[in-house]
Design a binder for this molecule. Sequence first.
Ligand code: AR6
Length: 170
Amino acid sequence: MHIELVEGDITTQRVDAIVNAANSSLLGGGGVDGAIHRKGGPAILEECRALRASRYGGGLPTGRAVATTAGNLPARWVIHTVGPVYREAEDLSGVLRACYTSSLAVADELGATSVAFPLISAGVYGWPPDDAIFQALTALRDATTQVESARLVLFGEHLYTLAKEIATRG
Ligand code: AR6
């Protein structure tokens, strides 16, 4: 799988699927989740509500992923995943990496070959950005998937520069 780093807004990415850093309620929130629902329109929330009614009454568990329409966005699907809230006292990096791999597994089920990811857990959920980037790159590099192109979308120049540095470090 080809891994690409881009600076920008995930809602404008022209790929088969974009990933949403959601919360387990699937009912929207701030950050990238807010932007996706705002620009994608009500069709996304409608499908999220249906998923809650059918499969995820107790919420989408952390580290898991599920797809909906992308509404008015240029992508075909939004894959919602729930990152772990950062905790110093507990190593949840395996759960964070699982967000990337379960999103790719959902992409495989959909037949999506290009997927754009935000930096999951690195905002409201408090994950230190450098380690969030490291975990994202590790998960994507190690993944077994039919997805041909994974794009990590960094919001702002600072995160983009940091990601470039971490990627070259290996
Ligand atoms: N495009 C790309 N990246 C973005 C965008 C955007 N439009 N907007 C923000 N980011 P966050 P989390 C970056 O907080 O930490 C929500 O309320 C942001 O700079 O969106 O997983 C959910 O409902 C950061 O680098 O997600 C949950 O309750 C990264 O996206 C909770 O926040 C992730 O920040 C999830 O928190």
